[in-house]
Design a binder for this molecule. Structure first.
Ligand code: NAP
Length: 312
C-alpha cells in the first residue's frame, strides 16, 4: 500500500490571510492545501466596498476575494471545499480531520480561521434572525429598500455598513452606546454628511420586537439616565465587533484571556510548525491588508520551518 502523503503545509481558512499564505507557500514550492468551508474571502466577501487596500482605490469585497483566490490558484494552490473539524498534534505531524471523515497530515499548519459577528444577547435577537435581524448589510440590505433600519454599534463596521444601507433605506439610524463613534474619522465624515443617517447617542438596545411580518421596533435604554424608549424600525443590523473563531486551536497552543492566539512577529505560536494569522491572532488592528501581510509572513516562516526540519 502506498504511504500516505504528508503535506508540507495546510492552511485552514480562505480569507485574505489564508489566501495570501497560499500564494507565498506555492511560490516557496511547499506542497500546500487550503481548506475553506465556504466561499473564499472570509468576512471580506460580506463587505460592500473595500477602499483602503493599497493600489486598489475601490473594489467590492466579493471581487477582491475572487481575485485573491484566482491569484492563489494560478500558482496551483489546492483549495479543498470542506470544513476542518479538528487539529491533532501527533509528535511533529499535524492531523486535520475534515467534515467528511477524511484526515490530512501536514508538517506545518497556518490557521486563518478569522472571527464571527458578536451578538448583543437580547430578547428577540435570535428569534428575529432572518426576519429583520441581520449581521450582514451586503447580504440582506436589499430587503430594506425604502424602509427604516437601525444599525447597532459605533465601530468601522457599523459606520461603513450604515453608509451602505443608507443608499437603500429611507432612514438609517446608528445606535451607539457612547457619545463618540469608535470608527475612523473618514468613515465618520461620510455618515455625518448623509442626511438620511441619524446617530442616536448613549443608547443600547434591550429588546427587539416583531409581529408576524418581522421586526417592527426596538426598545432602547439610555446609558446615562436608564430611561427606556421605543424606536420603530423594519430592520436591525448588528455590528458590535466579533469573537475569534478559536474552536480549532489545539489545547497545546497559548491564547490570551479573550481567546485570541498569542504569536510572535513571525506568526509562530508556542507550538513549532503551528502558525496563526488574521483576526484570530492577538494584535493591535484588524484590516484586510494586515491579514494579507501576516499570510505572507507565516508562509515564509513555514517554508523556513519545513526546510529546517528536512535538514535536521
Ligand atoms: P469594533 O471596532 O470592536 O467596534 C465595535 C463597536 O460596537 C464599538 O463601537 C462598541 O462600542 C460597540 N459595542 C460593543 N459591544 C456592544 C454592546 N454589547 N452593545 C452595544 N454596542 C456595543 O468592531 P468592528 O467595527 O466590527 O471592527 C472590528 C475590526 O475590524 C476593527 O479593528 C476595525 O478597525 C476593523 N475594520 C476595518 C474596516 C475598514 O478599515 N474599512 C472596516 C470594518 C472593520 P464602544 O466604542 O463603546 O466600545
Amino acid at each position: 500500500m502506498p504511504e500516505k502523503e504528508i503535506y508540507d503545509l495546510i492552511i485552514i481558512g480562505g480569507g485574505p490571510g489564508g489566501l495570501s499564505a497560499g500564494i507565498y507557500a506555492m511560490r516557496a514550492a511547499l506542497k500546500t492545501a487550503l481548506i475553506e468551508k465556504g466561499i473564499p474571502g472570509g468576512q471580506m466577501v460580506m463587505t460592500d466596498t473595500v477602499d483602503n487596500y493599497p493600489g486598489i482605490e475601490n473594489i467590492s469585497g466579493a471581487e477582491l476575494s475572487t481575485k485573491m483566490a484566482q491569484h492563489a490558484q494560478s500558482y496551483g494552490l489546492e483549495i479543498i471545499s470542506r470544513e476542518a473539524t479538528s487539529i491533532d498534534i501527533n509528535g511533529d505531524i499535524f492531523s486535520i480531520k475534515l467534515s467528511n471523515g477524511e484526515q490530512l497530515d501536514a508538517e506545518s499548519v497556518i490557521l486563518a480561521a478569522g472571527g464571527s459577528p458578536r451578538k448583543v444577547g437580547i430578547p428577540g435577537e435570535d428569534e428575529c434572525y432572518g426576519k429583520g435581524v441581520s449581521y450582514c448589510a451586503v447580504c440582506d440590505g436589499f430587503f430594506f429598500r425604502g424602509k427604516t433600519v437601525a444599525v447597532v454599534g459605533g465601530g468601522d463596521s457599523a459606520v461603513e455598513e450604515a453608509h451602505y444601507l443608507s443608499k437603500l433605506a429611507k432612514k438609517t439610524y446608528i445606535i451607539h452606546r457612547r457619545d463618540e463613534l469608535r470608527a475612523g474619522k473618514i468613515l465618520q465624515q461620510r455618515v455625518f454628511a448623509e442626511s438620511s443617517i441619524e446617530v442616536i447617542w448613549n443608547k443600547i438596545p434591550i429588546e427587539i420586537k416583531a409581529d408576524d411580518s418581522g421586526v417592527v421596533a426596538m426598545d432602547l435604554e439610555d446609558t446615562q439616565t436608564g430611561e427606556v424608549s421605543e424606536l420603530a424600525t423594519d430592520g436591525v443590523f448588528i455590528f458590535i465587533g466579533f469573537k475569534p473563531n478559536n474552536d480549532l486551536v489545539p489545547a497545546e497552543v497559548n491564547m490570551n484571556p479573550g481567546g485570541y492566539v498569542i504569536t510572535n512577529e513571525k506568526c509562530e505560536t508556542n507550538v513549532p510548525g503551528f502558525f496563526v494569522v488574521g483576526d484570530l491572532r492577538d494584535k493591535f488592528a484588524r484590516q484586510i491588508v494586515i491579514s494579507a501581510s501576516e499570510g505572507c509572513i507565516a508562509a515564509l516562516s513555514a517554508a523556513w520551518f519545513v526546510e529546517n526540519k528536512r535538514v535536521c
